[in-house]
Design a protein around this ligand. Structure first.
Ligand code: GH3
Ligand code: MG
Ligand code: MG
Ligand code: MG
Length: 317
């Protein structure tokens, strides 16, 4: 989620995510071996606008979870021919945490301890049959709301408040995964660290508020440049940004970074009755797979230091 207007970056991001979630119908899996009992659940869910996938056994349910990949809620019966409902729940929990997948158990058993067995196995909720439709609907709605809140928290935790870009945490979480996938495909990647030149001077001359405006303007411009690409852009902190270039060697990344450097040097930021401009220095390191992700960032940082040392407004690799 790249934001154009960063004035309320975090609020905007949360609103964007909320809209995306509300507009998308959630996919729900119903597992029950008795067709008529299953149909009652399917009808109830479809009436609530959910997309429904049906399974007639535990193994079918597990296969459906793999096949669809976007199921977020499972409503499962207990007595099924190949697997009990709480065994299915346990297996689901092995693969998916309760922050990504909700499981609601349901059974007509007279065993009053069954609900506890389900909850111990990791179920989010349980209802006995015969159930009141209104109650099951409320329990489903509550579980869906929890999922929505989890998504909003994840989005906010990955977002830099000032600029709306991905933050350092996201870059360090997600970057190594991307790099490892590239290395698995026998492809090099590169990482760059960008730093605004003489930013302290700008702060000292114009004040922190103008400094923030310049920071946001640079971030916005970078977001526009990299929008729709596979490159992972983030604000590491202060006036420093990092970009991961998957499947791109140092030569190609350096060339691209020099275009970015040139682009930013032409950026004009309106401040009071002046037009400010800034330059950036960039260090680029190639990721060949022998070092840790952090070590490659340190290498990029050392190259950045060289770019500064050689006079700023340049790329060093
Ligand atoms: P160099 O060209 O060597 O990078 O010099 P510099 O002045 O940019 O480097 P230095 O790291 O000494 O200063 C960075 C300054 O960035 C210091 C700090 O006051 C300012 N800064 C860090 N985060 C923010 C922020 O969020 N907003 C504003 N306005 N300033 C910030
Ligand atoms: Mg059954
Ligand atoms: Mg700095
Ligand atoms: Mg700086």
């Amino acid at each position: 989620y790249v934001l154009k207007d960063n004035e309320f970056a975090l609020d905007n991001l949360v609103a964007t995510v909320r809209r995306a979630i509300l507009n998308r119908k959630m996919r729900v899996l119903v597992a029950d071996d008795v067709p008529s009992a299953r149909q009652v659940l399917v009808d109830l869910l479809k009436a609530q606008q959910y997309m429904v996938v049906e399974a007639t056994s535990g193994l079918e349910a597990l296969a459906a979870l793999e096949a669809y990949g976007d199921i977020e809620l499972v409503v499962t019966d207990h007595h099924m021919p190949d697997m009990t409902g709480y065994e299915l729940t346990r297996r689901i929990r092995h693969r998916f945490g309760s922050d990504r997948m909700r499981v609601i158990g349901i059974s007509s058993s007279n065993d009053r301890l069954l609900s506890a067995s389900f909850l111990k196995a990791g179920a989010s909720d349980f209802v006995y049959r015969p159930f009141v439709a209104e109650e099951l609907q409320c329990r489903i709605a509550n579980n869906v709301e929890t999922l929505t809140q989890m998504k909003q928290l994840r989005a906010a935790a990955a977002c830099d408040y000032l600029t709306g870009l991905h933050n350092r945490r996201y870059f360090y979480d997600y970057g190594p995964k991307v790099v490892n996938e590239c290395l698995r495909q026998k492809s090099l990647s590169s990482v760059a660290i960008l730093d605004i030149d003489h930013f302290k001077r700008l702060n000292d001359t114009y004040g922190h508020e103008i400094g923030d405006e310049v920071l946001k303007a640079v971030a916005n411009r970078l977001a526009v440049i990299f929008e729709g690409s596979d490159n992972l852009l983030s604000r590491l902190g202060g006036e420093e940004f990092a970009i991961l270039f998957p499947m791109m060697d140092s030569a190609a990344a350096t060339k691209l970074c020099d275009e970015v450097r040139s682009d930013i040097s032409r950026l004009k930021v309106a401040a009071d009755d002046e037009e400010l401009s800034v330059t950036i220095s960039i260090g680029v390191a190639e990721i060949s797979g022998y070092e840790t992700f952090e070590n490659y960032l340190n290498a990029a940082d050392q190259f950045l230091y060289m770019a500064k040392h050689k006079g700023r407004n340049q790329v060093y690799s």
